[in-house]
Write a protein that binds this ligand. Structure first.
Ligand code: GLN
Length: 482
């Protein structure tokens, strides 16, 4: 049996039946990592020995007992480096566990490895990492998506059964889509952000990347819930997110937003998604055309709000409190300026400058305040749509994984990679990307992600629909050729 290919639920069964032990799985994963990492480069670092000790002591009766979970380099794991793939935090070691990590541990899981990302989660291809370029396991000449590209690539390459990522504008769903995984962005407030290095605090959420919807539900069960350390985490009754799995699509009202099937979407992606939606209908889903009229403003609004919040959040990296400090500063100003000049990459600088500009007096009303108003309109579009439908269905990304280097010189083109994922963050709703088919390109199969969007806090329903589609389509069983 190939242990590295198993899902969390399959691993749990094997552990509990005594067929294999968490130590066997961890050793198999480590061998797999050694075999494929030279071509995938998803991990920034990992501590195999420490993970092994935890695997030896694993309690497989716990909900995630003995399950290794890869962690995006933006989430604090006590004692591990937490560098956000940035030079400015190169020497930084996390002094505490993020709440999501503490909860994973309480559920028996083993945080394993630091996964590559775009610097401070800014990007859509993982090419903005200060350290290495992660490659797509379906075609290593292509990007894995971003910013959680390391998380998606590691899961797709069977280096870990699952990983945590963070999603501010699509950073879980878009790489999951491009790497043929399942990626869930929970509703805003569902998962504590304590210990997640902040990019844009009103948009950020931690969520799982895995090889099945069920596994995402199991991870969400572990990490969700109110946390006194994050005042934006919501106090809700405990919920079992697997409760609506194993149902069918009969009677599910699926909303198809006409604004998401426009020019600019790769025709092969469009026909793949249309075929996936037809399959949902054949299995009993009711298709309803809806309109999300403010969709065209989502990218612009996002790049005002996200950069504004980022400019404030990243002010703390000043050479005094965290990580890197420039050598022999002349004075305090020189210390700040040179630390930031040397420590941040160009995309991060671009966003700090943009964010500072939109917040500056004289421009605040014209940009930031107006963007907040349009954000409300985008949210209302969804409120209205969800009066008529249970779940919205659309592409996750307008295209498949593109070649490494193709977009790095054109930030605007890169920003458009998130055109279908951003609105969910602005509206605070939940969304999931599941494999929706493949297209052939130059003799390679490249995954296409199908995105389902759900009402705020309706993750159980969302997961139920995604799981039903996953079972009728069978796409998530495909394994990358790397
Ligand atoms: N790609 C988007 C950006 O560059 C989204 C990033 C994210 O979700 N963290 O901002």
């Amino acid at each position: 049996m190939d242990l590295v290919r198993l899902t969390i639920s399959e691993l749990q069964k094997g552990f509990r039946a005594g067929t294999f032990h968490p130590v066997d799985v961890l050793r198999a994963l480590e061998l797999r990592i050694q075999e494929v990492e030279p071509s995938v480069q998803a991990f920034l670092s990992r501590d195999f020995e420490a993970a092994l000790r935890r695997a030896e002591a694993a309690d497989v009766a716990l909900p995630l007992g003995g399950i290794p979970v890869g962690i995006k380099d933006v989430i604090n794991v006590q004692g591990d480096p937490c560098g956000c793939a940035s030079r400015i935090l190169e020497s930084y070691t996390a002094p505490y566990d993020a709440t999501a990590i503490a909860r994973l541990r309480a559920a028996g899981a083993i945080p394993f490895g630091r996964l590559n990302m775009d610097e401070f989660a800014m990007g859509s291809s993982t090419e903005n990492s200060a350290f290495q370029t992660t490659r797509n396991p379906w075609d290593t000449s292509r990007i894995p998506g971003g910013s959680s590209g390391g998380s998606a690539a590691a899961v797709a390459a069977c280096e870990v059964p699952a990983a945590l990522g963070s999603d501010t504008g699509g950073s879980i769903r878009q790489p999951a889509s491009l790497c043929g995984c399942v990626g869930l962005k929970p509703s805003y407030g569902r998962v504590s952000r304590y210990g997640l290095v902040a990019f844009a605090s009103s948009l950020d959420q931690i969520g799982p990347v895995a090889r099945s919807t069920r596994d995402c539900a199991l991870l969400l069960n572990a990490i969700a819930g109110r946390d006194p350390m994050d005042s934006t985490s919501l106090d809700l009754p405990a919920e079992d997110f697997t409760s609506e799995l194993d149902r069918d699509l009969k009677g599910v009202r699926l909303g198809i937003p006409k604004e998401y099937f426009v020019d600019g979407v790769d025709n092969r992606v469009k026909s793949t998604i249309e075929a996936a939606i037809r399959q949902c209908a054949e299995h009993g889903a009711e298709l309803v055309e809806i309109s999300l009229p403010h969709t065209e403003y989502a990218v612009s609004v996002y790049y005002i709000i996200a950069t504004a919040e980022a400019s404030a959040n990243l002010a703390r990296f000043d050479g005094v409190r965290y990580g890197r400090r420039s050598d022999k500063p002349r004075d305090l100003t020189d210390l700040y300026v040179r630390t930031r000049e040397e420590g941040f990459g160009s995309e991060v600088k671009r966003r700090i400058i943009l964010g500072t500009y939109v917040l500056s007096s004289g421009y605040y009303d014209a940009y930031y305040l107006r963007a907040q108003k349009v954000r409300t309109l985008i949210r209302q579009d969804f409120v209205q749509a969800f009066e008529k439908v249970d779940v919205v269905v659309c592409p996750t990304s307008p295209e498949v994984a593109f070649p490494i280097g193709e977009r790095t010189s054109d930030p605007l083109k890169m920003y458009l990679a998130d055109i279908f994922t951003i609105a969910a963050n602005l509206a605070g709703i939940c969304g999931i990307s599941v494999p929706g088919g493949f297209i052939d390109e130059g003799g390679r199969k490249l995954p296409v992600g199908l995105q389902f969007l759900g009402k705020p806090l309706a993750e159980s329903r969302l997961l139920g629909v995604a799981d039903a589609y996953e079972r009728v389509s069978g796409w998530s069983k495909q394994i990358a050729p790397v």
